[in-house]
Design a protein around this ligand. Sequence first.
Ligand SMILES: N[C@@H](CCC(=O)N[C@@H](CS)C(=O)NCC(=O)O)C(=O)O
Length: 173
Amino acid sequence: MNPDGTGRPGRWKVVASLPMRLVYFDFPGRGEAIRDALRIGAVPFEDERIGFEEFRARRAAGALPFDVLPVLVLDDGTVLSQSNTILRFVAARAGLVPADPIDALRVDELLDAAEDYGGRLSVSIRIQDEAVRAALRAELAQRWLPDGSRSSSAPSRPPVEAGSSAARSAWPT
Ligand SMILES: N[C@@H](CCC(=O)N[C@@H](CS)C(=O)NCC(=O)O)C(=O)O
């Protein structure tokens, strides 16, 4: 049961209006797209940036559901995890989710593709030899970055304006 005595839809409304705090390290990493979405949508949030010592302390205290950052802490104590999940949550709140479900699906597709690409790219970070690293990255870009010609990801119509009523209607009520 929700605070307002209704079922799930009411709960979304309550959660969507809560003040929020993004906890991440002081670098872009998996936090910046979330920060960007909140900034673009002019959604107020606390941008808490912590160091590794503090991260380890919070992890040991059990404050991080998956033992990693980022997390988004809502004012009622709800802790949301997983960067892309958080991104979808704040994008909905910022009015950035396409109203058309297929267009929204295309966005998710790109998020998952970026996750795949990041996994492959991270292998190259550990390669010390610059020439070998550059060659691997060139190969990765050639093989895995979408060139547009193979992709059917282009939205079927222009994205809705951030914060517009069309965008807000994408938020479950
Ligand atoms: N699947 C998670 C991965 C999160 C993740 O790996 N976070 C890194 C920072 S980008 C982290 O907390 N690393 C610290 C550690 O693993 O000790 C997500 O997308 O949020």
